[in-house]
Ligand binder design. Structure first.
Ligand code: 3HC
Length: 382
């Protein structure tokens, strides 16, 4: 197995700083690069906060935490940041024009041995690889928020990615204590976002159509669908700008994946970006980790069958189209979104026939994107 010792992470935002931290925790030497010292200072503060939490919870000793922190070198100069890098992980904002510029610069300075991995959540890997001089050594490496706690990494080869790159990156994922799931097709949203993003919009439609409250929907998502958080809560936690961008990218590539609800765009336009800006769907008192109060009593007031139906249908599409196996799907949702119950097991509780009927009813009312997938129509319980 090729040996990787030096990692360069480009972009120090929510994902970049977390990926830098988990790499340092696995013993890698990491350079964290961003365009401005104040961004890097903020990122290192977040790493410190997270390491302190892990010390508090006795997952690390104080001495280990200090060693990990010192394995991360902040850097503004791109050329310096790429020196001796075995693996570059790009986590800059999800804008193809920006990525085009970043990769053009990276290509000027990266050493021959450096492999490129992008933490993009929705941009096609093959398209991004084509922006570089080394498409055969370019791969998608999609971590989940917060990278420090979520154990999944989706690995997405592009059309030209070679086996050596796939093997090296799969090994890296395991070295950092994460579980890889291979996404067999380079499709918009890969596996998890194909479930997560449409669910946010469907919940927004339900809010309107079913005359219920956000906490009733969120409580039902938590207590009846096995999610660790409500879906509005999760969208706020992820960042509504991130959700909106992922929506737009997915929608621009395939209109059937998601039906954008205008509320998300309105919130983003008003700069209500979720927990990080103090307001999103909900209001928050600070910008660090905060939970919404959800209860089984509130959950009892809402039947989330349309949310289960839409999620199961999107999951079914992934399996029917050979993007992943049912086993990988369950693993991805368990480790990437913290699901406590496998999605199809939840759907079984609602009755697969009821789910299929609900989808047919929605297709008749709202359009063909809700037509049930053949996998659900032929589904056998257990
Ligand atoms: N580092 C260390 N500790 C952290 C942390 C971090 N980065 N972030 C939060 N924590 C701490 C919290 O402060 C809290 O500590 P406390 O007990 O001292 O208050 C603890 O971890 C979490 O405990 P809670 O009981 O409050 O919360 P949970 O048990 O529910 O765990 C969670 C939190 C792991 C975030 C869980 O709720 C979860 O799995 N949520 C779903 C997250 C998810 O779906 N992520 C994927 C989003 S999609 C995505 O990222 C893709 C992108 O492309 C859009």
């Amino acid at each position: 197995m090729p040996s990787i010792s030096k990692i360069t992470v480009l972009g120090s935002g929510i994902m970049g700083h977390g990926i830098a931290q988990v790499s340092a925790m696995a013993g890698y030497s990491v350079t964290l690069r961003d365009i401005d010292a104040s961004l890097l200072d903020k990122a290192l503060e977040k790493v410190k906060w997270s390491l302190n939490k892990l010390v508090e919870k006795q997952k690390l000793t104080q001495i280990e935490a200090e060693k990990i922190f010192h394995r991360i070198t902040p850097e503004i100069n791109l050329e310096m940041s790429l020196k001796d890098a075995d693996l570059l992980i790009e986590a800059v904002p999800e804008n193809l024009e920006l990525k085009r510029k970043v990769y053009a610069d990276v290509d000027k300075f990266a050493e021959e041995k450096t492999m490129y991995a992008s933490n993009t959540s929705t941009l096609p890997i093959t398209e991004m690889a084509a922006l570089t001089h080394r498409p055969e050594r370019f791969i998608g490496l999609h971590f989940f928020n917060p990278p420090q706690l979520m154990r999944l990494v989706e690995v997405i080869p592009g059309r030209n990615t070679n086996q050596y790159t796939i093997d090296t990156v799969l090994d890296f994922v395991m070295q950092v204590g994460k579980e890889p799931v291979l996404c067999r097709k380079d499709i918009a949203g890969f596996i998890v976002n194909r479930i997560f993003i449409p669910l946010v919009h469907e919940a927004a439609y339900s809010l309107e159509a079913d005359g219920v409250s956000m906490t009733q929907i969120d409580s039902a998502v938590k207590y009846k669908m096995g999610f660790p958080m409500g879906i509005f809560e999760l969208a706020d936690y992820t960042g509504l700008d991130v959700v909106f961008k992922a929506t737009s990218e997915m929608f621009s590539r395939d209109k059937r994946i998601v039906k954008p609800h205008p509320k998300i765009e309105e919130l983003v336009d008003a700069q209500y970006l979720g927990q990080k800006s103090g307001r999103g769907f909900y209001e928050y008192s600070g910008s660090t980790f905060q939970r919404i109060d959800l209860t089984p009593e509130e959950a009892a007031k809402y039947n989330p069958i349309r949310l289960v139906a839409v999620s199961a249908n999107n999951a079914a599409w992934l399996i029917s189209n050979n993007v992943c196996t049912r086993e990988d799907l369950d693993k991805a949702l368990r480790l990437g979104m913290g699901l406590k119950t496998d999605l199809f097991n939840t759907a079984e509780k609602f009755g697969m026939q009821n789910i299929v009927e609900k989808l047919r009813e929605m297709a008749a009312k709202y359009g063909s994107r809700y037509e049930p997938d053949v996998y659900l129509e032929n589904y056998k319980n257990g």
